[in-house]
Design a protein around this ligand. Structure first.
Ligand SMILES: *[C@@H]1O[C@H](CO)[C@@H](O)[C@H](O)[C@H]1NC(C)=O
Ligand SMILES: *[C@@H]1O[C@H](CO)[C@@H](O)[C@H](O)[C@H]1NC(C)=O
Ligand SMILES: *[C@@H]1O[C@H](CO)[C@@H](O)[C@H](O)[C@H]1NC(C)=O
Length: 349
């Protein structure tokens, strides 16, 4: 175990069918963690379908077609993002600079978090966008939709880079933290894809339909679904390595985070540190950490000796900035631009 005596506080954010977002402040510096209700946020007029957190903001998406912003620093609502014409199905921050949203209108929107403007609106799928995931490099994103395709997006120009017909409607797609592989979930199956070959290297079957997955590290995937258990899958060994009862009935969402003093991933039998009863039917979950949000990966683990242009491109430059209509690929050797202070005004109405 690593030792670190830093007092730690984090935020647990859960969305519900009842339109309310619950925020808990969790104290983690004692053996028994304690959660204190910090806020309830009732900005939506329909059930909440997605949640995500950056260093400063919590965002929730809903069947009411809006994305609501909550400023965790000022502890106030920060307005709404109105662009989608349908349920918001997925939300993902890229670092602190961008938010991507996907909706049942088939659109993927790229938002700048400074002014909360819609930098790009991509007609991504025929039918719904069910899930999206940004590569750790920020250069490409994957999406799946109800048109039975897996699409790769070049975030530099907002164009489609690859389309793969997967013949089934997938509902989750996730890059691994190193970006060398990704998983696509269809019903009760996790298909593991290799970046180089863009083909399935293994398939893991869960006993029930899968509702949520989360990479704990580059090889261990936590899988939750329509039963009470959470399972850990070792993607390299293609084996389930751990299983534990997490809830009394089906699990809606699973998330994870790293802590300085819990840096060893214990696979034997995770212990319950804390639970809260919101009395609501929860739909989604996000973890907010005040200062130690994982920065975008600096280095790509992906091999550089591959046939595909995409992979070459991914390993060439390391970071990307998404600008209004073009994205500037930044070379790490060049000095970075000075960051502007303060966050822009809220709401696009
Ligand atoms: C992930 O965690 C497991 C369990 O602690 C460990 O055995 C494995 O080496 C880790 N894998 C990576 C890629 O870090
Ligand atoms: C949560 O609280 C409600 C209302 O007080 C109660 O009916 C329910 O049994 C509780 N659930 C759990 C799992 O404790
Ligand atoms: C994305 O598009 C830009 C501009 O068209 C191109 O230079 C770049 O190589 C593409 N990136 C990837 C990862 O394919």
């Amino acid at each position: 175990m690593c030792s670190d005596s830093m007092a730690a506080v984090l935020g647990l954010i859960a969305g519900s069918y009842e339109q309310v977002t619950f925020g808990y402040r969790v104290k983690t510096d004692e053996p028994e963690w304690t959660a204190k209700a910090e806020f309830t946020h009732h900005a939506h007029t329909a059930s909440i379908s997605a949640a995500a957190a950056s260093e400063r903001f919590v965002v929730t998406g809903s069947k009411d077609e809006t994305i609501q912003l909550y400023d965790m620093k000022k502890k106030i609502e920060h307005g709404a993002l109105l662009h989608h014409d349908g349920t918001i199905s997925c939300l993902e921050f890229y670092g602190t600079s961008h938010l991507l949203s996907g909706g049942e209108d088939g659109l993927i929107c790229v938002w700048g978090t400074k002014k909360w403007d819609c930098l790009k609106s991509i007609k991504a799928h025929h039918g719904h966008v069910t899930s999206l995931s940004v590569h750790p490099s920020g250069k490409i994103a994957l999406s799946v939709g109800t048109d039975k395709t897996l699409r790769t997006w070049n975030l530099t120009n907002g164009r489609s880079a690859f389309i793969k017909n997967i013949k089934q409607n997938a509902h989750i797609v996730r890059w691994s933290p190193d970006g060398d592989k990704y998983v696509v979930v269809v019903k009760d199956e996790v298909n593991i894809y290799d970046l180089e070959t863009a083909s399935v290297t293994a398939t893991m079957k869960n006993p029930k339909r899968i509702s949520s997955v989360k990479f704990l590290n580059n090889s261990i995937l936590a899988v939750a679904g329509d039963d009470e258990n959470v399972r850990f899958c070792d993607l390299g060994k293609e084996k389930w390595v751990c299983e534990f009862k997490a809830h009394e009935n089906r699990v809606k969402a699973v998330d994870s985070f790293e802590m300085e003093d819990h840096c060893v991933l214990e696979l034997e039998s995770p212990t319950l540190l804390m639970e809260v009863n919101t009395t609501a039917r929860l739909t989604c979950l996000a973890v907010w950490k005040p200062s130690s949000v994982q920065p975008p990966a600096e280095e790509l683990a992906a091999p550089t000796t591959t046939p595909q242009e995409l992979i070459q491109e991914l390993s060439k430059t390391k970071r990307v900035r998404i600008a209004a209509e073009e994205v500037i690929l930044e070379d790490e050797s060049k000095p970075k631009k000075k960051k502007k202070k303060g966050v822009g005004k809220k709401t696009t109405e």
